[in-house]
Design a protein around this ligand. Structure first.
Ligand code: NAD
Length: 356
């Protein structure tokens, strides 16, 4: 029986090759006249391109965005924000850069125009995060949701395969958990299944032909869908585990998602039959092979499949299981420590789900 709530989030999306050229028009449409362009140090050149496109709307470039939005960086950028008296931010880059724009919006209420260059999906969510003394705090606030997002697949051509693969599987993980979310609904489930399909088809092409624009566009389309569902419904065991592993053991964000998602899917296999069917349809396998197909996809694109290979220590698995089972998120299968410990063990070893 259909029975659901659906909360649509507002936001304008411009999608297509070459759409970066519309940056000035979109900034003007948002009423921006004194823009701060944000980037990582690595993407400074791209930020300068954006500044050129914005012309006299630009007041400055801040190129110090880093992973997980440290409070020290926020304090530094807020000094720049008040010195320059800006009225909006344009972020060009991945989740770290849009994360910094969100921190500014949280403190100032200023609008964000986001131009993503990875598949992380943060640009579609009202979720902010910041890190103080090694501890990451997250929250939801409608002010941090970018007002406009420009998706230009040409910007993702330079994303190397070792970032494209995990970034794409990170996006798939949002879709998988949206399918068995406590707040799942027919609209987000359609988007989630299509997101897995789009990324499942495009990632294997991208790692072989990084400049295949059709595949790049399809992957970015999947990333948009994944960010949309991440912003619209709650997540479950997989995201709790990844926050634990990333936050407490300092493991790389997208790679942790890549390694854990097949095992989290397997953990829930008997408790989320509709989700397994949707993943199976999207990846062209039977529902009972959903978890295995996610693992096979990671292997086929050369992405990591074991926690051991991305820096996890075996001696920390017990501690990780303890943290992940404290204040757990909703999950379709009841979360028990023994089950989570086994999941972590399998993810640590990198075995194919179901083969243990
Ligand atoms: P990232 O933004 O840290 O980017 C990784 C590196 O790749 C950076 O050095 C960046 O400059 C570089 N890069 C980005 N795009 C590139 C391109 N096209 N070509 C070449 N290099 C490029 O990584 P990410 O995975 O996009 O974001 C991870 C962060 O985003 C984490 O902190 C995560 O917690 C956060 N996140 C937040 C949300 C949310 O809803 N709040 C959602 C997803 C991720």
């Amino acid at each position: 029986m259909l029975d659901f709530n659906y909360n649509a989030l507002s936001g304008r999306v411009i999608f297509g090759p070459g759409k970066l050229s519309q940056t000035r028009a979109e900034a003007e449409a948002l009423g921006m006249t004194k823009v701060l362009v944000l980037s990582t140090p690595h993407q400074r050149d791209l930020a300068e391109n954006v500044a050129d496109l914005l012309g006299d709307l630009v007041t400055g470039i801040y190129d110090q965005a880093v992973m997980h939005v440290p409070v020290e960086t926020i304090a530094d950028v807020m000094d720049v924000v008040s010195q320059l008296d800006i009225d909006g931010c344009v972020s060009i880059g991945g989740g770290s850069t849009v994360g910094l724009a969100k921190a500014i919006a949280l403190e100032s209420g200023l609008p964000i125009l986001a131009i993503p260059t990875t598949y992380a999906g943060s640009e579609m969510t009202p979720v902010w995060g910041m890190t103080k003394d090694g501890i990451k705090t997250t929250g939801r606030d409608p002010r941090v949701l970018p007002k406009t997002v420009i998706y230009d697949p040409e910007l993702t051509v330079g994303l190397p395969d070792f970032i494209s693969g995990p970034s794409g599987l990170n996006a798939i993980a949002h879709c998988v958990e949206a399918l068995y979310s406590e707040t799942q609904n027919p609209v987000t489930s359609l988007m989630a299944e299509e997101g897995i399909r789009a990324l499942g088809e495009s990632l294997p092409v991208i790692v072989k032909q990084p400049d295949n624009m059709e595949a790049r566009a399809k992957a970015l389309y999947g990333a948009w869908l994944s960010g949309t569902v991440l912003g619209a419904v709650g997540m479950a065991i997989h995201h709790k585990l990844c926050h634990t592993l990333g936050g407490s053991f300092n493991l790389p964000h997208a790679e942790v998602h890549t390694v854990v998602i097949p095992h989290a899917t397997y953990f829930n296999r008997d408790h989320a039959p509709q989700a397994m069917s949707a993943i199976g349809r999207a990846l062209n396998v039977e529902a009972d092979e959903a978890a295995g197909a996610l693992y096979d996809l990671a292997v086929s694109i050369g992405a990591p499949v074991s926690l051991k290979d991305i820096g996890m220590l075996e001696g920390d698995l017990d501690k990780a299981a303890d943290i992940a089972t404290t204040n757990p998120y909703y999950n379709p299968r009841a979360i028990d420590r023994a089950g989570v410990r086994e999941l972590l063990e399998n993810a640590y070893r990198g075995t194919r789900p179901g083969s243990e």
